[in-house]
Design a binder for this molecule. Sequence first.
Ligand code: COA
Length: 160
Amino acid sequence: MVTLERITADNFEECISLTLTERQRDFIASNAYSLCEAYALTNHELYTPMPYAIYHGDRMVGFTMAIYQPKDYNDPEDDEDVYYLARIMIDQQYQGRGYGKAALQKMIDLIKTFPHGPATCVVLSSNPENEPAYSLFKSFGFREMGMMDAGGDNYLRLDL
Ligand SMILES: CC(C)(COP(=O)(O)OP(=O)(O)OC[C@H]1O[C@@H](n2cnc3c(N)ncnc32)[C@H](O)[C@@H]1OP(=O)(O)O)[C@@H](O)C(=O)NCCC(=O)NCCS
C-alpha cells in the first residue's frame, strides 16, 4: 500500500538520495532543491508547503509536494485559491509499478480535505514531452489551461 509520510529528521536524507534517469532530471527539480524550497516557504505569509515522502509499505519510493496558494488580494490577476502540485517523482528503480498513480490519488484525496484552506482546483505545470507524467495527469482529468509557466511548461488544472 502506498502512503504519504511527513519528511522528518529521520528520513530526509533518504528522500534526497532518490534518483531519476538523466532525461527525467530535465523535467523536475531535485528533491534537495524541493526540500529547501519547502523550508523557505515555511514562514511565507501566504503559501503553505506540503512536502511528503511516498512510501510503499516501509520503503521510501518517491517524493511529492503541493503548495497551498490562497489568492493574493494585492494581485488583481490572482483570483483563485489553489493547491499547486509542485512535484511528484518516483525513484527510477520503482517506476512502472503503479506507485506514481497511487501517490497522486493520495495527494488529491488529501487536498480534497482542504488541510490548509479552501480551494477551487489543483494546478500543476508539465511538459507534454514528459510522456509518462503528462498522460498520468491527463488520466486524472487534469486539463490544459492555455497558459505556460516561465519554463514553457503547460499549466494544467483539475477542478475540485
Ligand atoms: C511520472 C511518474 C511519477 C510516474 O510514476 P510511476 O510510478 O512510474 O507511474 P505508474 O506506474 O503509477 O503509472 C501511472 C501512469 O503513468 C503513465 N505512465 C507510466 N509510465 C509510462 C510510460 N513509460 N509511458 C507512458 N505513460 C506512462 C500511465 O498513464 C500510467 O497509467 P496506466 O498504468 O493506468 O496506463 C514517474 O515517471 C516519474 O517520477 N517521472 C519523473 C519525474 C517527473 O517527471 N515528474 C512530473 C513532473 S511534472
